[in-house]
Structures are given as structure tokens and as C-alpha cells.
Design a protein around this ligand. Structure first.
Ligand code: NAD
Length: 359
């Protein structure tokens, strides 16, 4: 199934509207999911819709919930997400944090208890649009752990992402490092399972701890586990996400004393920095240009693969997928249509919204 992003957006927004969201929220969440697909991250795109419908039915998403400021102490702000859509409450918290940062130069912002915030780079992009640097640590709770700690054999974390956004210049696009602390995001294993693909070596363990290439092992009962990236280093960073995003926001960690209702809740600790308060901006831009050019000038190991910096693959995917369309595997597409039907959206109407003709 190859779908144009604008048609896909209409279909997804209608599903979200049918779960009770007002138009602005439905469009925002649909844009966020479709942009993840456009950016090459199908793991965080519209394929999450069946999960979102399941969470909504279980009362684990509260549509039309705004971010609530619960601690307001100068450069420290904490928001409660109230199980609202992560993109909405996360965007509102970022906007308020950026506004404050214009006065204080730096803001430490906690967001606790939204539903899934999705592609974390979206919040880095909000900071970039305001000329700010941002650093995000995120943990994932309300969900069974799926990532083994270094040296362990079963899940003790979820995929705890980290994101750092640094503005670009006239000549150099921004750097947006946005990554799971597992070797692959769990959604990428889900996409592989839906496509009937195998995982590369060294990504996952079967239940009991033996290496596996079969993504089905990660979603069974008992379930296997993904491995952290970078051995002890990724495992260390995943733990830091628990301690910063889980503990310092007041949201809570993956430890088993906290509730697990089979939903997805992200807590996020964000640092926003106004670079103009630290350095001269012309000097900063010249240094960024020179640094990125220097890094990219390294002689390539493979002539077909230029040296890239974080954010480049997503920019390239956006250009290609906006032009050629977004590929959705059949099993995911069927699950989305089934989900729409459970919300009273007939298939014919869904297909018409998605611009798919049925013959
Ligand atoms: P990834 O491995 O595809 O990319 C990670 C980072 O590496 C990106 O910044 C990318 O630009 C950069 N990169 C990729 N290839 C590169 C290359 N050849 N050279 C230089 N840089 C390169 O991403 P991922 O770890 O699979 O994460 C995917 C998405 O999943 C992210 O958007 C993340 O926020 C999201 N995520 C969300 C949650 C959540 O709970 N909300 C959990 C985990 C992951």
C-alpha cells in the first residue's frame, strides 16, 4: 500500500476525531504520526493507530487534555500530561518552556504522565524553530519492559529515547540526534514482524536469553527482549532516562511497584537553552559550519555512503516520501481499517479519505 501523505493524514485525523478529539488535536496528532512516517520512522507513524485505539478503549488516553503546569519555579517548570495525547501536551509544554527560556536563558522542564509522545525529535524541532538548543531524556512506563540491561537476559527497560537538538545555520541544517537506547526501536521490531521480516543479528534475545532473529519472540508470552545499543553505554543511558525522566519529573520509573496497565506513558525531562545567552551567535554559527563540514569531510569507508550527521537521514526520507508516497505494509493497513470500523468508520469511507480506490 503506497499512500500520499496528505490523504493518509485525513484518514488518521478522522480516526482520532472519532475517539473524541476536537479538530485541532486530531489534526495535530495525525500530522505528528504521518511526519514520523515521512521521516522514515514507520515505527512511530500511523501504524500505532491500532494501539492508540486499544489504549483509548481501555481509558489509557484522555482526548482533549491540555498540559497542566504543576510546578512553576523560575527556570523550573513541571507539567502534568494527564494521559492526554503526547504530541499535544508535549507541544504545549515545549511552547511554555521556550517562552520562559526567553527570560531565563535556560529552562529545566518536566513533563509527566502524557500518553505516548511519539517521535521525540518533534519536540526538538519545536526548540529548533525558536532558535533554542534542547536536550530530552524520556522513559516509557505503563508497559512491560522490552529491553534487557547489559549483561541481563530479560526486559528491564522500554526503549527510553534521548534527543538533542542544535540549531543549524544558513549553510548547515540543524543537528537532531533522536534515538532509542535499544539497538532498534520496539516499533521497528513490530514493523518487521508485520512484514514477515527477520531482525539482523545481535538485536534481540528470545525468552530465556538466547539470541534470536525472529521479531515474533518479542511480542509473545513469555516475551524476549531487545538489546541496548552500545553494550554497557546504551544500557547506562537507558537507566539514566529512568532516573532523570522517571524520577525527576515525579512520573515514576519502570520498576514493578509502579502500575502497568498495558498502555504507553512517556515521562520527559527537557533542558532548553537559549544559545544567545552563552555565546556570540555569529561565532556559534561559524563554529557549527566548520565542525559539521570537518566531520563530513572524513574520507568515506564506502563510496556509496557519505558521512551523515544526525537529522540527515530524516531530511532525505521526507523529501523522498513526500514525493513518492508512504509505504504501509498490508497487515498494518488492515489493522488500521479494522480499528476504524470499531469506531464506526466504514471501510469504504476510510478508503475514500485515504484516497485509495477499490475496484
Ligand atoms: P535511528 O536509529 O533510525 O536514528 C537515530 C539517530 O541517528 C537519528 O538522529 C538519525 O538522524 C541518526 N542517524 C541515522 N543514521 C545515521 C547515519 N548513517 N549517520 C549519522 N547519523 C545517523 O532511530 P531509532 O533509535 O530507531 O529511533 C526512532 C524513533 O523512535 C525516534 O524518533 C525516537 O524518538 C522514537 N522513539 C520514541 C519512543 C517513545 O517512547 N516515545 C521510544 C523509542 C524511540
Amino acid at each position: 500500500m503506497l499512500i500520499n501523505d496528505q490523504s493518509l493524514r485525513k484518514f488518521v485525523a478522522e480516526i482520532i476525531r472519532r475517539m473524541g478529539s476536537e479538530d485541532d488535536e486530531a489534526n495535530l496528532v495525525a500530522d505528528h504520526l504521518v511526519l514520523a512516517n515521512l521521516s522514515g520512522h514507520d515505527s512511530h507513524g500511523v501504524g500505532l493507530i491500532p494501539n492508540y485505539i486499544r489504549h483509548f478503549s481501555a481509558g489509557l488516553i484522555k482526548p482533549n487534555t491540555a498540559a497542566k503546569l504543576v510546578t512553576d519555579d523560575g527556570a523550573i517548570m513541571v507539567f502534568d500530561g494527564g494521559l492526554g495525547y503526547g504530541r499535544r501536551v508535549g507541544g504545549e509544554a515545549m511552547a511554555a518552556g521556550i517562552d520562559r527560556c526567553r527570560d531565563t536563558g535556560v529552562v529545566l522542564m518536566g513533563l509527566r504522565g502524557p500518553h505516548h509522545i511519539g517521535r521525540v525529535g518533534a519536540y526538538g524541532e519545536i526548540a529548533l524553530a525558536a532558535g533554542m538548543v534542547s536536550i530530552h531524556f524520556v522513559n516509557v512506563v505503563d508497559h512491560d519492559p522490552v529491553v534487557a540491561p547489559f549483561g541481563g537476559t530479560d526486559g528491564r527497560f522500554v526503549t527510553n529515547p534521548v534527543c538533542v537538538a542544535v540549531p543549524g545555520t544558513e549553510n548547515t541544517p540543524p543537528v537532531l540526534l533522536d534515538m532509542a537506547t535499544s539497538k532498534i526501536a520496539v516499533g521497528k521490531a513490530r514493523v518487521a514482524m508485520m512484514r514477515g521480516d527477520q531482525l539482523a543479528d545481535g538485536m534481540a534475545l528470545a525468552p530465556g536469553g538466547k539470541p534470536t532473529n525472529d521479531p515474533n519472540e518479542l511480542f509473545g508470552n513469555p516475551r524476549g527482549a531487545l538489546l541496548p545499543f552500545g553494550e554497557h553505554k546504551g544500557s547506562g543511558l537507558a537507566l539514566i532516562c529512568e532516573l532523570l525522566a522517571g524520577v525527576l519529573t515525579g512520573g515514576g520509573t519502570i520498576q514493578p511497584g509502579n502500575p502497568r496497565k498495558s498502555g504507553v506513558i512517556n515521562h520527559m525531562l527537557t533542558i532548553i537553552v537559549d544559545p544567545a545567552r552563552l555565546v556570540d551567535l555569529d561565532w556559534m554559527r561559524a563554529e557549527i559550519d566548520a565542525t559539521i563540514a570537518y566531520v563530513k569531510d572524513s574520507p568515506v569507508a564506502d563510496p556509496a555512503k557519505p558521512v551523515l550527521t544526525a537529522g540527515d537521514p530524516e531530511r532525505a526520507a521526507r523529501a523522498q516520501r513526500s514525493r513518492d508516497g508512504i509505504q504501509i505494509e498490508d497487515a498494518t493497513w488492515e489493522a488500521m481499517l479494522d480499528g476504524g470500523e470499531t469506531l464506526g468508520l466504514p471501510r469504504a469511507e476510510a478508503l475514500a479519505l485515504a484516497g485509495v480506490s477499490v475496484t
